[in-house]
Write a protein that binds this ligand. Structure first.
Ligand SMILES: Cc1cc2nc3c(=O)[nH]c(=O)nc-3n(C[C@H](O)[C@H](O)[C@H](O)COP(=O)(O)O)c2cc1C
Length: 245
């Protein structure tokens, strides 16, 4: 993760943007995003690609691509078809890019369903597939009527903090901070299908955190989990702890 990036701030202002201005993304920002993508591909084995100046995957009015307007760029989240934890990695590294783009003043939206996969112009290796795309660009200044309608239909209201863990006395502050960051995470159909628990530290070990999905209905829950785990790491970054799994 870039040490100088204010990921907590990005979490506090991010939202799913579905209307974009036609302006090209500034070259210096493209360079920074491209550098992150190269890093994350090396770290994860994913094949993330930034597609610029091509909105074909969002043009046409069938299949509700019309939910989006002005999409000219997107990040194609590509990984191996049967890779271990591939969906979780897609969520984790894709959300890093989302938060970085947010800090650069760009709008983003995770999209698993409402786009035309066949019209994507990225290059797939053998046994690779596109799991999701993330439109990226300068947000239209005012939220459009369409944005407002979608926010009402999808219901962007977040679950209460207590629903992300099974109640336990004396929840430590660092754990609660992690959960608050999870509460603001994007998730498919806003289902937020994730829960977290922690085990206290002992003399020899750090406190550990376990995270899991609470349903498996849409096939996107492991992506939601990867996104939520990144948010937890950012929210709980003031103390040392480790993942249990
Ligand atoms: C894995 C994933 C897939 C998503 N797929 C779509 C999609 O196909 N179309 C869409 O309009 N929004 C999609 N979204 C965006 C969610 O609807 C959005 O994150 C959620 O409603 C919460 O709103 P917020 O991101 O503004 O906090 C997706 C989000 C995630 C994480």
């Amino acid at each position: 993760m870039s040490d100088f990036m204010d990921y907590k701030h990005a979490i506090s202002i991010r939202y799913s943007c579905r209307s974009y201005l036609p302006d090209k993304i500034e070259a210096s920002i493209v360079e920074k995003l491209q550098a992150s993508i190269t890093d994350y591909n090396l770290l994860s084995g994913l094949n993330i690609q930034l597609i610029l100046n091509n909105g074909d995957a969002f043009s046409g009015l069938s299949k509700s691509y019309g939910m989006f307007s002005g999409v000219n760029n997107y990040i194609a989240m590509i990984g191996r078809s049967n890779g271990i934890h591939e969906k979780e990695k897609i969520g984790y590294y894709g959300e890093k890019l989302v938060l970085e783009a947010t800090e650069y003043g760009l709008g983003t939206c995770w999209v698993a369903g409402t786009y035309n996969k066949d019209a994507c112009v990225c290059k797939l290796g053998s046994r690779e597939e596109i799991y999701c795309v993330i439109p990226i660009g300068y947000p239209a200044v005012k939220k459009s009527f369409k944005d407002k309608l979608i926010n009402t239909v999808v219901n962007t209201k977040k679950k209460p903090v207590k629903d992300f863990f099974d109640s336990k006395n004396n929840i430590p502050d660092w754990f609660l901070e992690g959960i608050k960051a999870v509460q603001s995470a994007p998730s498919a159909v806003n289902k937020q299908p994730v829960k977290f628990s922690f085990t206290d530290d002992t003399n020899e070990t750090l406190p550990s955190v376990h995270a899991w999905i609470t349903s498996n209905r849409y096939g996107t829950e492991q992506i939601d989990l990867g996104i939520a785990k990144l948010h937890f790491e950012i929210g709980a970054s003031d103390v040392d702890w480790e993942w249990e799994d």
